[in-house]
Design a protein around this ligand. Sequence first.
Ligand code: ZN
Ligand code: FE
Ligand code: FE
Length: 266
Amino acid sequence: MKICGDYHMHTPLCGHAVGLPSEYAERAVEVGLKEIGFSDHAPLIPHPDPKITMSFEQLPFYHAMIEDVRARFKKLKIKIGIEADFLPGFEHETKKILDTYPYDFVLGSVHFIGKWGFDNPSERAGWNAQDINRVYRDYHELLRQSAKSKLFDVMAHVDLVKKFGNRPTEDITEEVRQTAKAFKESGVVIEINTSGLRKPVKEIYPSLRDLQIYCEYSVPLTFGSDAHDSLHVGKDFDKGFALAKKAGYKEYVIFKKRKIEKVIKL
Ligand code: ZN
Ligand code: FE
Ligand code: FE
């Protein structure tokens, strides 16, 4: 495998992932990765839920746990990241959480439109009451606000709204272009997230069409499996790699201390 970094991996601290970080690291070695980065769910400020994210009190343990694996797996580079929600109106509190401990990278995610967790299986019925075109537009507006907030380094799964297979009937290309432009201007990176292949949509995030637009705007790229189980580590990276090339990407990046450490040829 050519891709060396899987930057999207969870731990049981978020309440919905299984397996110890050491098992994820073992799996990474097994599938031939040279580098991984943990990025568990950061505390949700307005509506904490132990089944969705870590709590603020768990953060020191999260760091200690990753430091421990790092010390034991000398052949594997292990970075520490975190996946934080973009919650409009809570930017200040989010920044405080992200500034409390050092990270190699911060993934920014839009999982909520207002209070609606649109990708949460238990809130899937919420789609029935929605205008899908509107959801896509609102989602993109939140992506742009996330980038402009300067809270994040990498925007995660940038077309997560398609998770359950709900598709817009209008052409939203212009929305994606605006988002790509905002990402470029804010200096955020995107990820190819292979977990979509394991979801009802059965497609990598983002789609080839969207990825071509991000490539056109020169938005750099990382890779992530969004592993919630050690068996997901590096999963379908061959497909992700092929998609990146097809979209026109020639390289991807890895992070250290919240800066691009290296640009690597695909
Ligand atoms: Zn999760
Ligand atoms: Fe996510
Ligand atoms: Fe995730």
